[in-house]
Design a protein around this ligand. Sequence first.
Ligand code: IZC
Ligand code: ZN
Length: 410
Amino acid sequence: MDRVDLLIKNIGALASAKGQAALKGSEMANVEILENCVIAIENGIITYIGSENGAPAAKEVLDAKNRLVTPGLVDAHTHLVFGGWRQHEFELKLKGAAYLDILKAGGGILSTVEKTRAMAEDELLEKAVEISRKMADHGTTTIEAKSGYGLNLEDELKQLKVVKRLNTETPLDFVSTFMGAHAVPPEYKGRSEDYICFICDKLLPVVASERLAEFCDIFCETGVFDAALSEKLLLKAREYGLKLKIHADEIDPVGGSELAGHLAAHSAEHLIAATDEGIGLMAESGVIACLLPATSFYLDKPYARARYMMDCGMAVCVASDFNPGSSPSFNLQFAMNLACLKYKLTPKEALSAVTINAAAAVGLADTIGTAQLGKKADLVVWDAPDLDYLFYRYGNNQAEYTIKNGGILK
Ligand code: IZC
Ligand code: ZN
């Protein structure tokens, strides 16, 4: 018999959910722990999980040394491709300037737009490749990445092309989200409706025909885009075949979660200020709650009501929201700690939130998000003996090995 490509042996505990769909509410605790096992990988796919006795011979063996293995982390919400950083706003923020006030004054997202427009596609790519490498070092194997720092035809397409190239020029998988409606650009100051019309008429058709995105997202927020404009854009995006995401009620309850429910959006993001009614509507229509606790931490805001959403039957996903403003950390492990400490998720529930539910949030639950036969061999060997330990420690990178499509990246 031919030898398989890779055998991970001496796995102390393999922790993984099962299945090909998001886990809702109490189902999120359905994580199985298999002790003392091995995993065989062929052509990037998991082909054997079980005892070492029955395992196939392998060309390469990785010794997990009795540590914990989980599916690779899926970061289902990032603004990965951007120019510059925003350290010049840090003191302002420490002195009490609010996120939306900085944006209103032409800073925040708009300061990143200026720097992103000024960078060439290749430079943006180089920066994103470098960051994605570090994300993989921290256990992340699939990344959703949004545009939204171009805010004109040329620079939005430039960002989306970078995401497309990341897929071919790095070992990781990227899911592309078009977020031209991230802010009102200076050229359209005070004319948000005209800008949405521009996106609908000029940008969306190109994004769709060049197949540059799978999802469309919008920042539905006070002073950015209201619920009516958000609905207009998202309905148009759906006509073009894009799946829908919505930054809903991050800071103020402006009808974003209700809209997500009415539209049966694929996912709704943030939801810090979501109302009971909005949560009820989203639960009814199967919207995935993509929660971003590192942003609550960094903006010093309340934490989304994850447990309530789960009690209402929603599937909760947790992501980093990595971006240069409200969450300048790509370390998904920190968001996982906060999911336990602030949302009060158990380690099993929090693991589901960053694996199977995150995979579902980016439309990939059939191929990633669990360690199961036939799924992609995206795995992390943690410097941890068990799942509780992984979530209880914080502040240091606990990923020992990151395996993507059967290849050892770290
Ligand atoms: O660059 O500030 N919330 N968009 C909506 C962001 C945060 C990213 C940013
Ligand atoms: Zn975001």
